[in-house]
Design a protein around this ligand. Structure first.
Ligand code: FES
Length: 148
């Protein structure tokens, strides 16, 4: 193996390892659940947002509900104990499934971007995301899907 070939192979392996680590890291920090599907919507225990580590409690900013009965996942953002938004993860441009990343949802197809409240901020999409009413009973969220 000559020196140039060695450097090319080494760089390719290094870049691949870095990319894989990034993908695995982002996968492990996103929580996916199925939720419990009722007649009119989804039920989710608010504890799904909780992270307890070394005796301290913090909260995920969002979880993703991926239920086989639904064509698209629903991303639920937590803003406070009783303040949530639930967003249909279908791009309003051409229907690609969105990816949640921090406080935004991005479309992998053509780059449209939406806020954690569903407002379109960038890209080819020309309307906001479909959102669902979220209500709370004790420690359980109810996501009303009747408008899907
Ligand atoms: S389908 Fe999402 S921007 Fe085109």
């Amino acid at each position: 193996m000559n020196r140039i070939k060695f450097l090319q192979d080494s760089c390719t392996a290094c870049i691949s390892a870095t990319a894989l680590a990034g993908i695995l890291s982002s996968c492990s920090s996103t929580r996916y659940i199925a939720g419990k599907l009722g007649e009119d919507g989804l039920f989710v225990n608010a504890d799904e947002f909780k992270i307890t580590k070394n005796g301290k409690t913090s909260y995920r900013s969002f979880i993703i509900i991926r239920n086989e009965a639904l064509q698209y996942p629903v991303c639920v953002y937590r803003f406070g104990d009783a303040d949530y938004s639930a967003l249909w993860m279908r791009c309003t441009h051409q229907g690609a499934e969105l990816q949640a990343s921090g406080e935004f949802l991005q479309c992998p197809a053509h780059g449209s971007e939406f806020t954690n409240k569903g407002k379109m901020t960038n890209g080819l999409a020309d309307s906001d995301l479909r959102t669902f009413l979220v209500t709370m009973n004790k420690n359980e969220l109810f996501i009303d899907l009747r408008r899907v």
